[in-house]
Design a binder for this molecule. Structure first.
Ligand SMILES: [Mn+2]
Length: 663
C-alpha cells in the first residue's frame, strides 16, 4: 500500500508528467505541509540516492518507503485511515439498510415485474402524446447510432432525458440483459478487438466522460466491460446508468455490464440512488431500474481454457466465494433474477443467494493471508491468494480482475507468489471514480490487447485534486465522530484492559484497545498525541486514558450511567433517527413511548452482542427531559449535532496541526 501511495505522491509532485522531480518542485510541494526548508533539503538529499540533483520515480518510492518506516506516519497512512473509516461506515449503513428492510422492504418485494412493465408502458404511450417544449434527446426505435454521444453531451450540459425515453431505455436494456447468462463468455482480446475494463463509477458522469474521451466510442474493435457499481454516492447515478444502457442497446455484443453490490434496492435506499431516482423521475422508475439490476449478469470469463493456453480473465465486481465446490456451471445455474438484495437478516439465505452476495461483496485479504475470513463490511468474505489460485486454475484463467475497493492511484496489481506456480496468477483491482466520496484518489481503467502482457493502465482525475490538508482534517473529524459514537464500547474495553481501575495504561495497550474497539488498523501511536496530548515516548511512559474518554464523551459532567446511555444512543444515532422519521408519517416530529420501544426492540434484534442492547425505558426517560411522554425528533437531533460539531472542530484543528510535522 505504501508503494502505491508513493506513486500517487510522485505524480502529484512531478511537473508535466515528467519522470523526475527537481529540488524546486520538491520544495514548493513540501512547503505546503509547513516543513522547514532545512528539513526538506535533508529529505531531498536522502531520496536522491545517486546525487543527480533530481529524484526519479524509483528513488522516490524507495526513499518514501524507508522514510515511512522510520516515521510511522505519512500521507499514505492518512489514506489508509480514510479508507478504513469508509469501510466502518459501510458496515453501519448496512445495519441501517437491514433495519429499513425489516420495516418496509416486504412491500417492495410484493410488486411483480409484470405489473411494473405494464404501468410503465401505459405511461409511455400517455406521455408520448403529450410532450411539448421538450429540449432533451429524442430516442427513436431503433436507436440512432449517435444517441449515446448526444445523451452524454446533454447530461453534461444539465439537460435531462424525458421520462418516457428513460423508461424506454431501461426496458429495452432489461430485455437484452434478461437474455444473457449469469456468466458472460467473451473472446480473448486482440489488437483488432481490445477490451477495456472499467471499475466502480458511483454516479460520476465526469469520470465516465474522462474514460470515454480517452478510449473512444465502444465498438466491436473497442469492447468495454463495466464492472459494477454504476450508481450511489455520486450525484449522477441515473445519468451514468442511462448512458451505459444506451451503449448496451447500440452495441450489445461489444458493451457488457456486470452487477455490483450497489445494483441493489436495499443498498440504494441508504446510499442515495433511490432518492436521486425519485427526485429526477419517480418511484416507478426506481422500481423498473431495480428490475433491470436483477437481470444483470454476475461475472465474465475472458479467453481462458486450453485454446488460450489457460490464460484468461475472471471478471467480477467483488471477488470469490466460500463454497469450495462452486463451478462456472453452478454459477450459471443460479436463478439470478430471484436475488433482489443483500442477505435477508430474518431468514436463512439460500446457497445461491450466498454465492451471489459473495461475488458482489467480497475482497481479497489485504495482507495476503491464506484461507477464508469474515469481512468487516458486514457482507461477503475475505479470501486468500490460495483461494484465488484454486479458482483460476479450475476455470483455466490466470488473472482475477475485480473492482469494489477504492485504490489511491486507481488500480492495483498483485502477483500471487505461491509455489509451485510463482507469479503465474494475479489479481487486479480497478476503480474508476476519482476523488471518490470527497476523498483523494485517481480513477483508472485497464485496456487489454492480449492475454500474455499486462494491460495498459489509463489513470485520470476528473476534478482538481483536493489539497492534502483537507484529507487530514476530514480524517480527524470522522475519527472524532467515531470515538464519540464508540465511547460506551471504549469504556468497557478499557475496564477489561485495566481491571484495577488505575486509569493508567502503557501507550501500546491504549493503542491496542483503540484498534480492537474501533476496528481501525492504523499506526495509532502516531495519532495518540492528538487524542490525549503530548506523549513521553521513553520506556515506561503511561497514558491517562480517562483523558481520552472524557474528551470524547457527550456530556462531560453528567452522572456515569447517563453518560453510558447517551453514548450508547449516540452509537445508534443514525439508526434511531431514521427509525423515528419512519414512524413519524405525519411529520409532527413527536414520538410516543410505545413507538420508541418498538424501534429500540427492532434495533436490538440487529445487534448480536447482547451486552450492547439498548434499554428503551431508560433511554426514553433520558431524552424526555420534560416528562410529557413524547420525544421531539428535532430536539433529539439538535442535541447530538451540537456535541458532534463542537468536538469535531476541536480535534480537526488540533489534528491538522499535529500532522503538519510529519511528512
Ligand atoms: Mn462495490
Amino acid at each position: 500500500m505504501s508503494a502505491i501511495g508513493a506513486q500517487a505522491i510522485f505524480d502529484s509532485i512531478a511537473k508535466n508528467d515528467e519522470e523526475e522531480i527537481s529540488l524546486d518542485d520538491f520544495m514548493a510541494r513540501l512547503s505546503d505541509f509547513g516543513h522547514s526548508d532545512q528539513d526538506i533539503l535533508r529529505l531531498f538529499e536522502f531520496m536522491d540516492a545517486d546525487n543527480s540533483n533530481t529524484i526519479d520515480r524509483c528513488e522516490f518510492i524507495n526513499g518514501y518507503k524507508q522514510y515511512a518506516r522510520a516515521t510511522g506516519s505519512t500521507l499514505g497512512q492518512e489514506w489508509r485511515l480514510w479508507n478504513q473509516l469508509d469501510q466502518r461506515d459501510e458496515e453501519d449503513r448496512l445495519k441501517m439498510a437491514k433495519l429499513f428492510m425489516i420495516l418496509d422492504m416486504m412491500e417492495e418485494q410484493g410488486s411483480a415485474g409484470e405489473d411494473v412493465v405494464q404501468v410503465v408502458e401505459e405511461k409511455i404511450s400517455r406521455s408520448r402524446r403529450s410532450s411539448f417544449n421538450y429540449s432533451g434527446v429524442v430516442i427513436t426505435t431503433p436507436m440512432a447510432l449517435n444517441t449515446a454521444d448526444l445523451l452524454r453531451q446533454g447530461f453534461t450540459e444539465g439537460t435531462p432525458l424525458g421520462r418516457e425515453y428513460a423508461a424506454m431505455v431501461v426496458t429495452t436494456a432489461t430485455d437484452i440483459f434478461a437474455a444473457e447468462q449469469n456468466v458472460v463468455y467473451l473472446a480473448a482480446p486482440t489488437e483488432q478487438s481490445s477490451l477495456t475494463i472499467v471499475g466502480d463509477l458511483h454516479g460520476s458522469l465526469a469520470d465516465l466522460n474522462c474514460i470515454l474521451n480517452e478510449i473512444g466510442e465502444p465498438s466491436p474493435s473497442n469492447r468495454v466491460l463495466f464492472n459494477g457499481d454504476f450508481v450511489d454516492r455520486g450525484t449522477h447515478g441515473i445519468e451514468v446508468l442511462l448512458v451505459l444502457l444506451v451503449y448496451k442497446c447500440l452495441h450489445p455484443e461489444s458493451v457488457h455490464l456486470n452487477r455490483g453490490n450497489h445494483e441493489d434496492a436495499l443498498v440504494n435506499q441508504s446510499y442515495g440512488f433511490q432518492q436521486e431516482c425519485v427526485q429526477k423521475y419517480d418511484k416507478t422508475m426506481f422500481k423498473m431500474i431495480v428490475q433491470l439490476f436483477k437481470n444483470l449478469p454476475l461475472c465474465a470469463v475472458v479467453g481462458g481454457g486450453p485454446a488460450n493456453s489457460d490464460r484468461g480473465l475472471f471478471v467480477v465486481h467483488g471477488g470469490l466465494f466460500s463454497d469450495p465446490d462452486a463451478t462456472l456451471d453452478s454459477i450459471s445455474a443460479i436463478e439470478r433474477k430471484k436475488y433482489s438484495t443483500v442477505m435477508l437478516q430474518t431468514k436463512r439465505p439460500s446457497e445461491e443467494d450466498v454465492l451471489i452476495e459473495e461475488m458482489l461483496w467480497s475482497d481479497p485479504t489485504a495482507d495476503g493471508s491464506l484461507g477464508l475470513f469474515r469481512s468487516d463490511r458486514g457482507c461477503g468474505i475475505e479470501f486468500g491468494p490460495d483461494v484465488t489460485v484454486g479458482w483460476l486454475k479450475s476455470i483455466g484463467c490466470h488473472s482475477l480482475v475485480r473492482s469494489h475497493e477504492c485504490i489511491e492511484d486507481g488500480c492495483e496489481f498483485v502477483p500471487i507468489n505461491l509455489p509451485p506456480n510463482k507469479k503465474r496468477y494475479s489479481i487486479y483491482t480497478v476503480f474508476s471514480a476519482s476523488n471518490y466520496s470527497d476523498g483523494d484518489n485517481q480513477g483508472a481503467v485497464l485496456k487489454y490487447v492480449d492475454l500474455t502482457t499486462r494491460p495498459k493502465v489509463f489513470r485520470f482525475r476528473s476534478s482538481v485534486k483536493p489539497p492534502d490538508h483537507r484529507l487530514i482534517s476530514r480524517n480527524r473529524m470522522r475519527l472524532a465522530d467515531m470515538l464519540f459514537r464508540r465511547h460506551y464500547r471504549l469504556v468497557k474495553a478499557f475496564a477489561i484492559a485495566d481491571p484495577e481501575g488505575t486509569g493508567q495504561l502503557a501507550p501500546e495497550i491504549v493503542c491496542g484497545v483503540l484498534k480492537a474497539t474501533l476496528g481501525l488498523d492504523i499506526t495509532w501511536i502516531a495519532l495518540l498525541p492528538s487524542l490525549v496530548g503530548a506523549l513521553d515516548y521513553k520506556d515506561g511512559s503511561i497514558v491517562d486514558y480517562n483523558k481520552l474518554l472524557e474528551r470524547f464523551s457527550s456530556r462531560g459532567n453528567a452522572p456515569q450511567k447517563e453518560q453510558a446511555l447517551l453514548s450508547q444512543m449516540y452509537d445508534n444515532f443514525d439508526l434511531l433517527k431514521n427509525t423515528f422519521e419512519y414512524w413519524d408519517t405525519d411529520h409532527s416530529g413527536g414520538i410516543s413511548k410505545e413507538e420508541f420501544s418498538v424501534g429500540v426492540a427492532k434495533l436490538n434484534e440487529l445487534t448480536e452482542d447482547e451486552s450492547m442492547h439498548l434499554n428503551a425505558q431508560d433511554l426514553f426517560d433520558l431524552v424526555d427531559a420534560d416528562h410529557n411522554g413524547e420525544i421531539d425528533i428535532d430536539e433529539f437531533c439538535e442535541a447530538f449535532r451540537q456535541g458532534r460539531t463542537a468536538l469535531c472542530e476541536d480535534i480537526g484543528d488540533a489534528g491538522a496541526e499535529t500532522m503538519k510535522h510529519s511528512f
